[in-house]
Design a protein around this ligand. Structure first.
Ligand code: HEC
Length: 195
């Protein structure tokens, strides 16, 4: 008997042109999907339970809607005006006078250029008005995140800075704790709650 060549060929043909392309597409989809899955898996923890970097690299979601703790003004090279916002855990601790701050506390520090306001001066009839101008790009937003285990080596606080929305220089972020250390008796937090 003759080998059914046509049949073999046509089966190979179907599988060959379109089938291979589909399989290739399927493979691409599988690879893409698995990288998405890998992306949402939390960072690898070391044997001692600590995550590798001692800083946060993501801006907390909706931080701009948090509650106002207080404001501050820095002169000198900084020459800005700033606000401190707290998440719910932070605000509850502030209002109840809880020290140290509990894990889950996040305090945000936003800063703007400190600029004279023409409209304000006109309204008051005097050169006296200053307002928040453009958000500061350099040293734009800073966060302190309380996680007493993860950030045990820096007083339980993780420090993060975002310049123009992007995570700041790690070397700069490593300097945060040394300065905040002078306020150890208030759990490394300078800002008091403005009632
Ligand atoms: C030279 C000292 C110094 C350094 C360095 C410093 N801070 Fe601060 N920080 C302060 C002072 C003083 C305040 C309160 C007054 C103000 O905001 O100007 C403050 C306030 C804050 C606040 C509001 C909570 C609080 O403690 O009042 C956050 C959040 C913050 N800093 C984060 C950071 C981060 C993140 C870094 C590093 C990238 C950093 N700070 C570096 C001195 C410092």
């Amino acid at each position: 008997m003759k080998t059914p060549r046509v049949l073999v060929f046509s089966r190979f043909h179907i599988f060959g042109r379109w089938g291979m392309r589909r399989i290739a597409l399927l493979l691409v989809a599988v690879v893409m999907l698995s990288s998405v899955v890998v992306g949402i898996i939390p960072p690898v923890r070391h044997a001692d339970g600590q995550t590798a970097p001692v800083l946060e690299d993501k801006i907390p979601l909706r931080y701009r809607d948090w509650t106002l703790i207080s404001v501050a003004r820095e002169k000198g090279n900084l020459n800005d005006i700033r606000a401190k916002l707290g998440n719910d855990v932070a605000i509850k601790a502030y209002r109840e006078g809880t020290l140290p701050f509990p894990d889950g506390t996040i305090i945000a520090r936003l800063a703007w250029d400190y600029v004279p306001s023409e409209e304000g001066d006109r309204a008051f009839g005097n050169s006296q008005s200053f307002v928040a101008g453009r958000p500061k790009e350099k040293e734009g937003i800073q966060f302190m995140v309380k996680d007493s285990r993860k950030y045990a080596s820096t007083g339980g606080w993780g420090y993060a800075q975002f310049n123009d929305g992007k995570p700041g220089n790690v070397a700069v972020q490593n300097t945060c704790f040394s300065c905040h250390a002078i306020i150890k008796d208030r759990d490394f937090v300078f800002t008091r709650y403005a009632p």
